[in-house]
Design a binder for this molecule. Structure first.
Ligand code: PBG
Length: 333
């Protein structure tokens, strides 16, 4: 095994910075980033999210400003999540169908401000709209029903497409929703509206701060284990991806990111399709916590993680650190 030494010394190419640059296999650029943004009501409003230091909810007018900032930074896509006012949440999440809800207004504001300079990715799921915080409709026992929920999600997706969404991203984990949404998009002549499926989304403990950000955390009773995946499973993720691709997904997501690098890798190796990681809120919070107690450097931790996603096979990463990462990567603003 050691027979190559000393002719081959693997440290030789690592000995200087120029050589490390030359031999680098993986590159992260601002073009790999998708920036998730939280939308809130009002005008001129910025509300910091306590559990996500450095992340705020923005009113629709300021969301458009964030999108312009993304364009300047070279970030190709923003992802939108609404914080629906409590009085507009209901058992059946009717506000999801309102063509003038926060989400649809934010889409229009961004498209008015930036046109095709940026892609708008929209979340399809009911948790920002339901009074129980589940991602779908529930029956008397509190079980999230599949087929009734899919019908509602289709309607939600079409509203978003009509408002100008470029990528529909269902995060609900119902069976069959990709096919149903694709059919409805085709019928509505939204042929070029893409679907990025949250295909392998796990029932994870890393989502806590997000639920604060969209205001569903305090409302949620129970858990989401009857629809989100068991963190123990890998083969099942491949089946989820296979079905979503067959139903018409253009790209697939693995979520959370860091604890599921093996899934990202397997999906990429098996299907050779665009794969995205969601570096979720709990992952963001961990980096910030490490920085704040002096256990690690935010910038170094962040860049190493982004690199790991790319190395595992990702085409891109959803991260709340997107603007910061883009600046670190040399974007001029
Ligand atoms: C729910 C949704 C969640 C996230 C994105 N969409 C949370 C959940 O499933 O409860 C989490 C994102 C994050 O933690 O950053 N549709």
């Amino acid at each position: 095994m050691s027979g190559h030494y000393p002719n081959t010394r693997l440290r030789r190419t690592r000995a200087s910075a120029w050589s490390r640059t030359l031999h680098r296999e993986t590159l992260v650029t601002p073009a790999d980033l998708i920036w998730p943004l939280f939308v809130t009501s009002g005008k001129g409003v910025e509300e910091p999210v306590a559990t996500l230091p450095g992340v705020s909810r923005w009113s629709v007018d300021l969301i458009a400003e964030r999108a312009k900032e993304a364009v300047k930074l070279g970030i190709p896509v923003v992802a939108l999540f609404p914080n629906t006012p409590p009085d507009k949440r209901s058992d059946e999440g009717e506000e999801a169908h309102n063509p003038d809800n926060l989400m649809c207004r934010a889409i229009r504001a961004i498209k008015d401000a930036c046109g095709d300079d940026i892609g708008v990715l929209t979340d399809v799921a009911l948790d920002p709209y339901t009074s129980h915080g589940q991602d779908g409709l529930i029956d008397a026992r509190g079980y999230v029903t599949n087929d009734d929920t899919v019908a509602v999600l289709v309607d939600q997706a079409i509203n978003q497409a009509e408002a100008g969404a470029d990528i529909i991203a269902p995060s609900d984990m119902m069976d069959g929703r990709i096919g149903a949404i694709r059919r409805a998009l085709e019928m509505g002549e939204h042929h070029n509206v893409q679907i990025m499926s949250y295909a392998a989304k796990y029932a994870s403990a890393f989502y806590g701060p997000f639920r604060d950000a969209v205001g569903s955390g305090g409302l949620l009773k129970g858990d989401k284990k009857s629809y989100q995946m068991d963190p123990a499973n890998g083969d099942e993720a491949l089946r989820e991806v296979e079905f979503d691709l067959a139903e018409g997904a253009d790209s697939v997501m693995v979520k959370p990111g860091l604890a599921y690098l093996d899934i990202i890798y397997r999906v990429k190796q098996e299907f050779r399709v665009p794969v995205f990681a969601y570096q979720v809120s709990g992952e963001y919070a961990m980096i910030e916590a490490a920085e704040s107690v002096g256990a690690g450097s935010r910038d170094a931790l962040l860049m190493e993680k982004l690199l790991a996603f790319k190395r595992a096979g990702c085409s891109g990463v959803l991260t709340y650190h997107a603007p910061h990462a883009a600046r670190l990567l040399g974007a001029s603003t």
